[in-house]
Ligand binder design. Structure first.
Ligand code: ZN
Length: 381
């Protein structure tokens, strides 16, 4: 059985909860795609031309739904003054943080405009890469066969801050120096909104916001809401709407605060990770049955370690398990298509990642998904 809808038709149907030929699928592959074009990870992260070529190659080769953009979580932090090290074959890492003491929260500044728009800034390079992808694949929101949407990742205000120093330091300073932390968060919030605007201006169809610290194993409601949830997050979310793009979230937190991020904020899609060994981590079916898919496409996730450790046959079985449990839960909730078969976080850029597992997930959704959905009682388009 082959696809009867194209990517855009399927994505739009899923947004409106209309019946689909099969569920959408998006293994969060980005840096790993460099291997398809013979580039190093350093080249992928530093050169927008390499990123564009690799991301288009991955999308075409594996046949998944959309093009995710991600060159590590260090982009905003580097433009805010953190020194970042680019290993040849691993994700860029913080070497010398911008914030070393309390005073540095107060002197943090929004990067100059050129950092968002030119090759001088990481955010600028990232936005230029988005434009290169769009120029090559055409207008993603058209319905031409084969087109799709481009989805660059933007770090939320609190994540930018923890990337600009150390997470433990920020959490401690929330108690010891809240005023200084708030001052820095105003800067990272404006940085996020300007980054969103730059991505939108270069053709991004949506920015996926990473609000990693909306995580019950780290912060309670009171702390999260004070330092992101009440003020800063909503400003970023609105920036997506103001720039005319779709608003989405990725959080691979172990216990994501979905009541704020999904039920209150109502993103178009929410990408999360299920951790089988973590008490309280919701399964894919529980996420749907608890109502999180009522207004949002929930993008549920196999454990990222599976990309390295699982055999393709184990990947096939895990994908079938997810398709079966999700299809049954959708039927129970009277939903048609508000779930996407994804990885819980980025497919590891490591050389040990088995690329055959990416292919297996996508092929299983395409080849076995329609039968599983029909058996569960989901309607056809
Ligand atoms: Zn993640």
């Amino acid at each position: 059985m082959g696809d009867t809808m194209n990517h855009i038709e399927r994505i739009v149907a899923s947004m409106t909860n209309a019946p689909v030929d099969r569920l959408t699928t998006l293994p969060l592959a980005s840096e790993v795609n460099r291997r398809l074009v013979g580039a190093t990870n350093r080249e992928y992260c530093e050169d927008p031309k390499v990123r564009a070529a690799a991301d288009i190659a991955g999308w075409k080769y594996f046949g998944y739904e959309a093009i995710l953009g991600l060159t590590s979580l260090s982009i905003e932090a580097e433009d805010l003054g953190t020194d970042v090290w680019f290993p040849d074959e691993n994700t860029p890492q913080t070497r010398n943080p911008a914030i070393k003491n309390v005073e540095d929260y107060e002197t943090l500044e929004v990067p100059e405009d050129k950092m968002f728009t030119t090759m001088e800034g990481r955010m600028g390079q990232f936005a230029i890469g988005t434009r290169m992808i769009k120029e090559r694949i055409g207008d993603g929101m058209g319905v031409a066969q084969g087109n799709t949407i481009v989805v660059p990742l933007v770090c939320g205000p609190l994540l930018q801050l923890t990337q600009s120093t150390f997470a433990e330091q920020v959490f401690m300073d929330m108690y010891l120096h809240p005023n200084e932390v708030h001052k820095a968060l105003k800067v990272t919030t404006e940085t996020a909104t300007k980054h969103i605007a730059a991505q939108a201006a270069n053709g991004a169809d949506t920015c996926v916001m990473d609000y990693l610290w909306a995580n019950y194993s780290v912060l309670g409601d009171k702390e999260y809401n004070e330092f992101e949830g009440d003020k800063y997050g909503p400003v970023c979310n609105k920036a997506e709407e103001d720039n005319g793009i779709l608003f989405g979230i990725h959080s691979c937190a172990d216990l994501p605060n979905m009541d704020v991020q999904v039920k209150k904020w109502k993103p178009v899609y929410f990408s999360y990770c299920h951790y089988p060994n973590m008490v309280g981590s919701l399964t894919e079916a529980e996420v749907i049955l608890n109502g999180y898919g009522d207004d949002t496409i929930m993008m549920g996730g196999l454990n990222p370690q599976m990309w390295v450790r699982a055999t393709p046959e184990q990947m096939r079985e895990a994908t079938i398990d997810m398709l079966e449990s999700v299809s049954a839960a959708l039927v129970t909730k009277g939903l048609n298509s508000r779930f996407s078969i994804c990885s819980g976080c980025e497919v590891p850029p490591a050389l040990s990642t088995n690329m055959a597992n990416i292919q297996m997930m996508v092929d299983t959704v395409k080849n076995e998904g329609p039968k599983i959905m029909e058996k569960a009682g989901l309607p056809k388009p």
